[in-house]
Write a protein that binds this ligand. Sequence first.
Ligand SMILES: [Zn+2]
Length: 417
Amino acid sequence: MRLLQAILILLTSLYCAPLMAQEGGETPVVVHGARTDGNDKTAEFILDVAKPVGFSVFALEGPYRLVIDLPDMTFQMEQGIGLVERAMVKNFRFGSFGHSGSRVVLDLSKPTKVVKAYTLPSVDDNPARLVIEMASVSKKEFAEQALRDVIRIRADGKRDTAPVAPSATVDKEADAVEDSRPLIVLDPGHGGIDTGAVSSSGAHESTIVLEFAKALRDVLVKEKHFRVLLTRDRDRFISLGGRVAFAREKKADLFLSIHADIVKEHYVRGATVYTLSDKASDAVAHTLAQQENRSDLIAGLEIEETDDVVADILIDLTRRETANHSALYSRTLVGALKSSVRLSKSPERSAGFRVLKAPDIPSVLLELGYLSNKEDRADLLSDSWRDKAIKSIVKSINKFFAKRSAQSSGLFLPRSG
Ligand SMILES: [Zn+2]
């Protein structure tokens, strides 16, 4: 079991993203502007802030990125900021990771080194600023920097060379240790720096699925048959490994990831349930899994493939058993949704979704519909559609656990077909 433990530790460490703790629960400082100045040799990235705060900068490669970690901030920026390429910055994005801090990620058009970083206090009409000066460097020099340097700047603008404080702990939710009811972990996809799909009308996948998950939780809690936890209950980023680690730490009995993505084929519509497989069931599933698995990259995290180390036969057996249960739940869910909402042409698919990789928890990913389709979009934003879908999901969860308990007491006889 030592291997399993090692994996768990690895997953847990991924969950605790390298962020800066909020000092003393103050109200978050407002960021109200950001820009890049310069050319293709040297450039400055500037954040306008209500008052100077400490921050840290480090580089990541594959693709080239600079990551700026800040305390929890409120971003009040104009829409579409960050999408225009300037100097050596292709684009940038930003968002909150919750109490543990927030982050800005710059996608670079070429290898770039941080030459200097500092803060400037507000003077007259000029706002306070956080400034990062950079210069283009060779690939080799970038790689050295990416391996070694985290530059930390204090709020007073001086470089902080003190040893790094232990990483911030994640929000703890009330543990229900004594409660033996099955635990359902609902996982609203994306959040914070990763908005997920954005529809042509500006609707964010991360918001739609969060609202959906909360409403589903409320109904499940009222039913009293299950305990329910959300991987996130506000607009914050959680890594894919962090979502899995959360479900494992809490000993979830079922993991349901909820999404509403965009596909190129705008005519494609309807709900689809995905399970984990090495080989994608079809091209659409393959593309979607790749898109979803980019989430950590968007947030400026290193992608760590943890599953290749596993060759333990015990884990292998557990996996197979878990895969069977995931498939059973996927069928049950599709069966329940069929009567209330529109399903896609082939509603049961599979691919290598990283968020479904808990070896011991039945896990499925539900695409409620596609934000790229007009009718689906209307459904996703409609309360009555949502209520219908939620009713069916609750039904499917009840049915799944009824089947499982019948199975474990030897009463369950699988029907053919
Ligand atoms: Zn998604």
